[in-house]
Write a protein that binds this ligand. Structure first.
Ligand code: DC
Length: 212
């Protein structure tokens, strides 16, 4: 089974996807980390984030071992990832890896922006996670401070809103809810509550399919 988790920045979809994968014994791929890894190499090398040829070269040669680098989690890298992810050749370079990951047994949970719409349109379960932008900004600020980064909540909110707009308005694979995705608003849920709600969705879909 393939479970697609999409949603805007800092919606909590990453933690939710990881926990769902552990619960079902599936593999998990955080696709955002791939765009972050490309952006990080571009930033470190001082390259123009809109240089599509260079960014695509980096994406093609991406080393999965770099995905665990804590530097990828920063706000700056997240914003830069949003810029490079709008470049068609970068997306093209990453699609195949993501689809192959999804197709390998025993099952997979992928989280990102375009999993249910572009990468795995036939995923058995699609969940679109949202949360109030102010609540996302508050959670992201606490996370950043926990990592020792200085973070101003208003600046984090502005970054989140700019990122939402860029991710939703780009011409290729924009962030949007797939018509057959379940909406999960976790504004007022803690992590456990969000995981429980997601499992309930998966179980409801499974039960529905068994009845057919
Ligand atoms: O989920 P995240 O914050 O790690 O994602 C960082 C950026 O990467 C996000 O702002 C847009 C881009 N992204 C994307 O375009 N498509 C995906 N499937 C995942 C992330």
């Amino acid at each position: 089974m393939i479970i697609a988790i999409d949603g805007p920045a800092a919606s909590g979809k990453g933690t939710l996807a990881k926990r769902l994968a552990a619960y079902y014994g599936y593999r998990h791929l955080d696709t955002g980390v791939m765009y972050r890894a490309v952006a990080h190499v571009m930033l470190t090398a001082g390259l123009d984030l809109n240089d599509e040829v260079k960014a695509a070269e980096i994406a093609i040669r991406l080393d999965t071992r770099t995905f665990a680098d804590p530097a990828l989690k920063s706000q700056a890298v997240g914003s830069a990832a949003s810029v490079v992810s709008a470049l068609p050749k970068v997306r093209e370079a990453l699609v195949r890896f993501q689809r192959e990951f999804a197709a390998s047994p025993p099952g997979a949970v992928l989280d990102g922006r375009d999993i249910g719409t572009v990468i795995c349109p036939d995923a058995e379960v699609k969940i679109y996670v949202v949360a109030d932008p102010r609540i996302r900004a508050h959670r992201r600020t606490l996370e950043a401070r926990g990592r020792g980064e200085a973070a101003d909540e208003d600046a984090v909110l502005a970054d989140i809103l700019a990122r939402d707009e860029r991710d939703q308005k780009r011409s290729i694979a924009p962030l949007k809810q797939a018509p057959d995705a379940y909406l999960l608003d976790n504004s007022h849920l803690d992590i456990e509550g969000g995981v429980r709600a997601a499992i309930d969705i998966v179980e409801a879909v499974r039960a529905g399919r068994q009845r057919v």
